[in-house]
Design a protein around this ligand. Sequence first.
Ligand code: ZN
Ligand code: ZN
Ligand code: FE
Length: 759
Amino acid sequence: MKNRMIINIRGVVQGIGFRPYIYALAKKHHLAGFVLNNSEGVYIEVEGNDFNINNFLIAVKNNEHPQADIFDIKSERVVQAGYTRFDIRESQLKDIKSVPVSAELSTCDECLTELLDPADRRYGYPFINCTNCGPRFTIVRDIPYDRKKTTMSKFKMCEKCFEEYENPSDRRFHAQPNACNECGPQLAILSSEGREIKVDDVIIEAVRLLKDGHIIAVKGLGGYHLACDASSQDAVSKLRSRKYREYKPFAIMVRDIATANEICHLNREEEDLLKGVKRPIVLLSKRDNNYIAGDVAPNQRYLGVMLPYTPLHYLLLEKSGLILVMTSANISTEPIVYEDAAVSRLRNIADFYVVHNREIQIRTDDSVSRIWNGKEMLIRRSRGYAPLPLNIKKTFRNHILSCGTDLKNVFCLVKENHAYMSHHIGDLDNVETMISLENGINHFKRMFDIEPAVVAYDLHPNYISSKYARSLKNMRQIGIQHHYAHIVSCMADNEIEEQVIGIAFDGTGYGIDGNIWGGEFFLCDYEHFDRQAHIEYFPLPGGDNAIAEPWRITASLLYKIYGDDMMNLDIDFIKQLDTDKWMVIKHMIEKNINLSLTSSMGRLFDAVSALIGVRRIIYYEAQAAIELEMIADSDESGEYTYDLKECDGRKEILLADLIKEIVVDITSGIGTEKISAKFHNTISKIALDMSIYIRELKGINSVALSGGVFQNIFLLDMIHKRLTENGFNVYTHHRVPTNDGGIALGQAIIASISSKPDG
Ligand code: ZN
Ligand code: ZN
Ligand code: FE
């Protein structure tokens, strides 16, 4: 007795070879019928005996397709139709609107084998791809995902490619970027003035130039990289001086896992993350070695490492045998260069360009990730991840837009139970990034058929992202406190809904009292938050100036604690203090000119770093705090003391004892590694004490950790350990960053809830 079943699948199932996968599955289970893409996702009809149909359905539900992300499966039995074979049918393209576009997929093993096989017709072709790999999001102009609506539209497939494209049993069936050397994109090499250099083989020439120590701008998937030989101190310092980037670490690309293993310590999870189809930059702990020039990542314990993810990368690494610095091609704080017309801006940095004629539609930076506690912890969620949606626990009726913040901007659109977090937009301190934000939002709205009724933004009155949000017409506007958004983001990241103790350790975030918060203990759920405790306020003279020059914060903090007696302290910090500059700052403090008050944990780290002489002026964000972490001695178990004060029903954590004891340690000649560790230990003690205090008061046993300071692994490890040992359930970030790159998720969730009854 034959039966027929209709199966509807929603999710990330298009543009990743899902139909051929279903085709093979149906054949295996001896079923007739067909599969096609429609506006919902994938539609399947199968016909055969009950036993086979059931096994087929189980296999579909088990989803062994490596890239498919199935949201839901609906099945229904209907009367048989008399199919005799299984087909892949033409898509019902007419209203494909809401099917998620996949993210970029790194070159698959089969394509790689062909790439390196002299007998294959695509031997050495740097744009080889198939339904299992290749560009996606970065080439999509519009939906539905179809060649005509990608930047591949200008290339007409040759006969052979078209045959593959049309053949349901071919790996390139409906692979939209399908191409070969006859019909597809081509490489070229240009001089620094942008003139094409005629060579027989671009790759061979590029390899020769890299080996000669030149810097080459290489066009990638989501933008240009600057590449040079990572083992050459000369090449790397040349890159640093031309980029005006003195300290911020560069990422490197290595040809394989074995090479990664030679320069860094690797565990199984790290290896899997490196090899995975998303191919982020993975932060790994450095081995002592001579492979890498010291200038690649100065003063760091970690190295950002990635494996090649395009055929072009494979060819460059394979033919050169080099380890390459691969850093985003941009000019200081501007976003990564991705348009061919804009490459002239790189002429003072790059000696040559390796370019091609497939346009990049959307600028998408490399993602940055790491393994912490056996699980992935994203630091920058971009290429390979965006625009894949994140599942969230609640389903929302309203569509929501949230605009993130001005640092590491990422926006988010929420529809039903999916959060579409954007690629990394960057710091909104220039017109280019602002345009990226606006274009990005419009592109996402169109791609995912989202018409937001509500827009959420950060309360900071001067944020460009907030001003943009407030300028949007016909949307309900909801401002959300920065650290509340951080904590809810962590809750949503972990799909929890219960009330939590939220610890937000952060750099800058506007508080509802107008001060800059960042060392916060909240009682918090999706509906509201209550500030239970925080670091005492200390002066931040001159705002951004103080952030760039942490010594200003240190001096202000010492002045708060010691008054003018600070000048008598027998420490290098005071000996090296520029008294003229200090008098100006002191004047600002006393006259309350351009003075913010802050409870920021990030700023406290900066202040301590400058106080003990680790770093007084920074060259990239959070450098002082990062270098303080890097030197901490994990064998040191000592702690400093701190005091508490009751203020409006809140606990204030007082810093005087802590700072005074650090000063005593400095004068007694205790090493900076020990002082740093004791400081970290003290902060973890504060986190534990405050959590216990709130638990006793409110009976809450779950703690969510969020904010940029939790990128500090030394601190995170310790706080996590102490809280867990004391019986707390501890939640940390994994799917979205703990820094401001993850905040849009929290903003969107809070806005969805508070815009009830629609929510
Ligand atoms: Zn492939
Ligand atoms: Zn072709
Ligand atoms: Fe923040």
